[in-house]
Ligand binder design. Structure first.
Ligand SMILES: C[S@@+](CC[C@H](N)C(=O)[O-])C[C@H]1O[C@@H](n2cnc3c(N)ncnc32)[C@H](O)[C@@H]1O
Length: 310
């Protein structure tokens, strides 16, 4: 079965990347190449697009779609290792980078990947199918307090303590194997009156487990730390996030990178020698237009921030 993905903030991301036709670009979250396809259209034969995804299914699908595009280099890798990818390709710096975070629709829609609380499947949630840790390992092996922390911190779930308690009680009787098993435990943990409002009761817990399984927030921080030094001056870093935890990281990292001297204000001269590395292009995040939100509900929570290397 062929799964499709509708790219979010497509026009805006391409505009802010400021693509030069002979430049070198990175799409660090290839997915089904929604953004990559548009970047490729803007490149000449001399231009290059290095497209990275940690999911082998994404790499395979795009390889089949662009069997012999000379500008496209596909790499199965984690974007936090973007420095190693460039080193392998003997490229020192690039002219722009795009990261469209989170999961793709093909990952969500395929029940075998275990991301969806709406379809029953194995409790997996690995973006990289070659990784060892699965959501099933977390749910069945983490202590009650670790589960509570993950669900509270990454899911911002008010009922984290009860959900963790119910998971531990349930797994004492039988291993929690499927997304359906987990949804049932979450429903039992959240009182019926509360379940009637605020969307699907399992949404926040599933988000939390996905973030933990894929170590998403740590990898985003590592990525931003590395990416700026790999940009040519004037090169842009474009990041699209889908929840507040990610957006906060991008906002704070960009602000720190844009900071000049960090000496206390009463110092007569600068002793820290710190210089801003980027200029923040988007003072507030770019969001989807009303028509995009109507057409593609996934875009409703999207926020795009852009920084330019000085
Ligand atoms: C929202 S989708 C990208 C969709 C893509 N922009 C498109 O229009 O088709 C996110 C993709 O990034 C990948 N991804 C997420 N985190 C990653 C990471 N740390 N390293 C590499 N790929 C990652 C996921 O596997 C997924 O395919």
């Amino acid at each position: 079965m062929e799964y499709k993905h509708q790219a979010v903030l497509l026009e805006e991301a391409i505009k802010y990347l400021n693509i030069k036709k002979d430049g070198i670009y990175i799409d660090g979250t290839l997915g089904r190449a929604g953004h990559s396809s548009e970047i490729l259209k803007k490149l000449s034969n001399k231009g290059k697009l290095i497209a990275v995804d940690r999911d082998t299914a994404a790499i395979k699908a795009v390889k089949d779609k662009f069997p012999d595009n000379k500008s496209l280099i596909l790499e199965h890798a984690n974007f936090q290792e973007i420095d190693l990818v460039l080193e392998k390709l003997d490229i020192e710096a690039v002219d722009g980078m795009l990261f469209d975070l989170g999961v793709s629709s093909p990952q969500l829609d395929n029940p075998d990947r275990g991301f969806s609380y709406q379809k029953d499947g194995p409790l997996d949630m690995r973006m990289n199918p070659e990784q060892n840790l699965t959501a099933k390992d977390i749910v069945n092996n983490y202590s009650q307090s670790e589960l509570e922390r993950v669900i509270s911190e990454y899911g911002e779930e008010n009922w984290s303590a009860r959900i963790a308690e119910f998971i531990v009680k349930m797994r004492e009787e039988k291993k929690i194997e499927t997304t359906g098993d987990l949804v049932e435990v979450i429903k039992a943990a959240i009182p019926k009156a509360v379940r009637r409002s605020g969307g699907h009761p399992a949404r926040r817990t599933f988000q939390a487990l996905r973030i933990e399984t894929n170590n998403e927030l740590e990898q985003l921080k590592n990525l931003i730390d590395k990416s700026v030094s790999l940009l040519n001056p004037g090169g842009r870093l474009v990041i699209i996030t889908f929840h507040s935890l990610e957006d906060r990281i991008v906002k704070h990292k960009f602000r720190d990178l844009a900071k000049d001297c960090s000496c206390p204000p009463d110092f007569p001269i600068c002793v820290c020698d710190e210089k801003s590395e980027v200029k923040v292009i988007t003072k507030s995040p770019i969001q989807a237009s009303e028509s995009e939100k109507d057409f593609n509900p996934r875009s409703r929570s999207a926020k795009m921030r852009v920084a330019e290397k000085i």
